[in-house]
Design a protein around this ligand. Structure first.
Ligand SMILES: NC(=O)c1ccc[n+]([C@@H]2O[C@H](COP(=O)([O-])OP(=O)(O)OC[C@H]3O[C@@H](n4cnc5c(N)ncnc54)[C@H](OP(=O)(O)O)[C@@H]3O)[C@@H](O)[C@H]2O)c1
Length: 294
């Protein structure tokens, strides 16, 4: 049995997510102090045992770990940058969503004010907080993360990504890119199949099987990318490009949207024009790695 006293925590920002975070700390037995601009959003948490601080500054002083989760980094900086807020000595974990540059800048900003700072990203919806389904990413000092890990564990499944404060935000959007790409590919197929009377539910298990199969290719393809060498072990990019042309033709023939297939083929065509047609698919990393704004 663990007889360690529960670390006192502060949660600033009690929107949908902040309320779930504070609720999970309370449920895990942590003395929890809360603050929100609209104080009434603390009512339920106070009924469950949270302490409502009169000011943000008081809230930060109450816990040895302070979580902030507000709309965006601008709101966070406005709130914690107020002249009556003293960040010195605060261990701040910012679970507000933003981009990697904002995370790095805010780490510097907080550290200049004497705070320790971990950035984080929540890949979950509020009802999942406090369960293993809630994936929560952290970046910043490893020792700060390890010091507070057992407290942060109350929120979900934690992943520490590294010292660069921008990593949590980068992984967050990389995960979203994966999610939307899989969903869009499935929707493309579903739209085509529905023209032949196949409903979405019939196609879903087949699509799931394809997605799971393709996922097993990633480690081998990652090795090619990291080595910068793309031998066509199973297929050449020009073979894929011919299949992409079929996908465009089929989409047009059955009268569904062909924008996504055309985008895929345009990228492959540029790579082939650059001389990579005989190499394997992940050579497209070169197209993905440069900006294109048109
Ligand atoms: N909800 C989700 O499913 C989800 C999932 C992953 C990540 N997130 C991230 O979690 C963060 C919070 O999301 P949410 O769903 O909790 O949003 P929300 O319900 O809209 O709550 C926003 C919170 O920010 C506060 N706030 C906004 N501007 C402020 C300012 N200038 N000064 C002080 N407080 C300010 C609000 O205070 P008031 O109550 O006074 O308005 C409220 O506590 C966002 O960065 C979001 O991207 C959310």
């Amino acid at each position: 049995m663990n007889n360690e006293p529960h670390e006192p925590v502060t949660v600033v920002g009690l929107g949908r997510m902040g309320q779930a975070l504070a609720g999970a700390f309370l449920k895990a037995g942590h003395p929890t102090t809360v603050w929100n601009r609209t104080a009434s959003k603390a009512d339920q948490l106070v009924a469950e045992g949270a302490l409502l601080a009169p000011t943000v500054g008081d809230a930060l002083k109450a816990g040895s770990l302070a979580i902030i989760c507000v709309t965006d980094y601008e709101a966070m900086r406005e709130l914690l940058g107020a002249s009556d807020v003293d960040l010195a000595g605060t261990m701040l974990v910012n679970l507000t969503s933003g981009d990697s540059a904002q995370a790095r800048e805010t780490a510097h900003w907080a550290e200049q004010r004497g705070a320790r700072y971990l950035d984080g990203a929540i890949m979950a919806v509020p009802p999942a907080i406090g369960t293993s389904e809630a994936v929560i990413l952290h970046s910043g000092s490893r020792s700060d993360f390890e010091t507070h890990r057992s407290t942060l564990d109350a929120l979900g499944t934690l992943t520490y990504l590294g010292a660069d404060h921008g990593l949590a935000s980068l992984y967050d959007v990389a995960g979203l890119a994966m999610m939307w790409s899989i969903l869009n590919a499935w929707l493309q197929g579903t739209a085509m199949l529905r023209t032949a009377g196949v409903d979405a539910a019939t196609y879903a298990p087949f699509a799931q099987q394809i997605a799971a199969g393709v996922a097993t290719w990633l480690p081998g393809y990652a090795e090619q990318i990291d080595n910068g060498s793309f031998p066509a072990e199973v297929s050449a990019l020009e073979t894929d490009a011919r299949a992409m042309a079929h996908l465009i033709e089929e989409s047009e023939a059955v009268g569904v949207n062909a924008e996504l297939p055309r985008l895929l083929k345009a990228m492959a065509d540029r790579s082939i024009a650059a001389g990579h047609g005989g190499e394997q698919y992940p050579v497209l990393i070169e197209e993905f790695s440069k900006p294109r704004n048109d």
